[in-house]
Design a protein around this ligand. Sequence first.
Ligand code: FAD
Length: 573
Amino acid sequence: MGAGSAGLTLAIDLARRGVSFRIIERGKQPFAGSRGKGLQPRTIEIFEQLGMIEAFLNASAPYPPIVNYGVGENGPQVIAAKTDARPGEPYPLSLMIPQWRTEEILRARLADLGGQVEFGVEFAGLAETENGVEARVMVDGQAQTITCAWLIGTDGARSTVRKTLGIGYPGETGTFRMLIADLPVANLSADGWHRWPKAPGGQFALCPLAKTNSFQLSAELTTDDTPDQTREAIQALIAARTGDPSLIAGEPTWTSIYRVNFRLADAYRRGHAFIAGDAAHAHPPTGGQGLNTSVQDSFNLGWKLAAVLRGADAALLDTYESERRDIGAGVLAMSKGLLTQMTDKADMRRGRDTLQLDLNYRASPIAAEARSHPGKVQAGDRVPDATIIDPEGQTVRLFDLLRHPDFTLLAIGGAAISGALARPGMRMVEIDRGPGTWQDRAGELRANCGLEGDCLMLIRPDGYLAGSSPHGWAHERIDDALGRNGRGRGACGTGYRTRAARRAPAAGGRAPIAFDLPFPPSGRRLASASDRGSDRVARNRRACRINALCPQRGARRCRILAARHRRLGPLRA
Ligand SMILES: Cc1cc2nc3c(=O)[nH]c(=O)nc-3n(C[C@H](O)[C@H](O)[C@H](O)COP(=O)(O)OP(=O)(O)OC[C@H]3O[C@@H](n4cnc5c(N)ncnc54)[C@H](O)[C@@H]3O)c2cc1C
């Protein structure tokens, strides 16, 4: 519900996964304003993953330097954006692109994938049913019903979906209010973001909108009056705030009055309905986080929804809120701090946190780190880019390898991979494993991830590390990360279960059993095994199925994980 950046990103991700959906938008035509004009590096990586990087690079530009007027004795103060480029970060700079153009590119990509926005359709209410949701929508004043398995409210800060679900949106409405407008301004260089922090009547700025002939005007409003938004009134405002009569306003293409809000939804899900984007969090525009956080909410939710629709345990969807709500709270605190910095000290500098590259899901219930010395990239972290060599000797980027909707298993170093590791919905890439495999020739992958020794890295469809393990634990860890030890189909459509679900009783209400025995019992059938502990296996021989067998670290013992509802098979160490 709602075709802003959050709704469109989700629609694109679902479309490329072949999931059937409808995306409706209350507006009769696309949004026309520049509003969220800053794309952060992590969002740019996501847009690359979704197949839109060329369009975004062509339509955007790095932010120009900030030019502050009236803050010192020595003329305008110029502050250039600093880059803190680190290995594995292909897009170190934030890019400027007006929001209307971002949404235009998203709609074009959606159309390439066969989807389209239904304009002029307004969400008006919902009823939860046993298997999904019945949404009531208004089209030309007529009520219609849409029946769906899942409903996602991407309908902005005033979200009707959130209100209908009864989800609280606590926080505060700030006192900072401004007029925003897009318009051409003659006699002003487009090489700087012009700011008058101490202008009479309140802060004032004119920011050139990359690859357009317009500027985004923002003027602090110190009274509750609604200002005149005609060209003539804006011309007078420019002259009064800048003191420069040579600046000539053109006709505005969009104007809006904006008051800052600091709010975070109490929950991101109720039953079969979710909220994402501004519907779930509202913060000031300082730091340029709103649109970016909205895109990333959707990118987190898309693969999980698709997996559950293919049969994965619905508990996977609970991780959307547990992963994204904490991020929303952090972004809210950061942009609030930046607003104080801007209003108190006229300081517009943004730190590395605003790039959104270091956000992680380490605390997520589905992050499975099994290495004793994980290195700098751990389960739950964004996996950095690196150049590697393909089996034909060509240099490629890791991010190129990850550009598909499935999980990716990187098997780095060690012996050739066992076919038993293959899983539907998961692509395997063997690196430094002899002839015919990929090579980390320059050691970039190992350096960027801080890898020590050989390991397996299982990467989620959204580019975060699901789990990692040293080789000896491969089978069990992969199955754990994909949740194949037991019932259900996975996050990749084959057997996903969350940690909580893995602790829950197996099919038929009987808990899985887990016990240890000396290692290795290789090749023996359980019926004849005489190892210590195996009597428990033998007692259950008619009722158990061995799901995993793995050596316990530092001990010559095995752990057997078995479900109680199948016959025993032969043991394989
Ligand atoms: C001045 C300003 C500057 C900003 N700068 C930045 C920036 O540099 N970087 C950044 O990341 N963010 C920035 N933001 C924030 C950014 O604009 C928002 O965070 C972003 O638009 C949120 O996207 P969304 O898709 O969640 O919601 P929206 O963009 O609000 O989209 C919601 C959509 O839902 C539709 N809708 C609403 N109700 C219904 C309904 N009942 N039925 C159907 N459709 C409905 C709306 O018409 C709208 O199209 C800025 C905001 C402002 C005001």
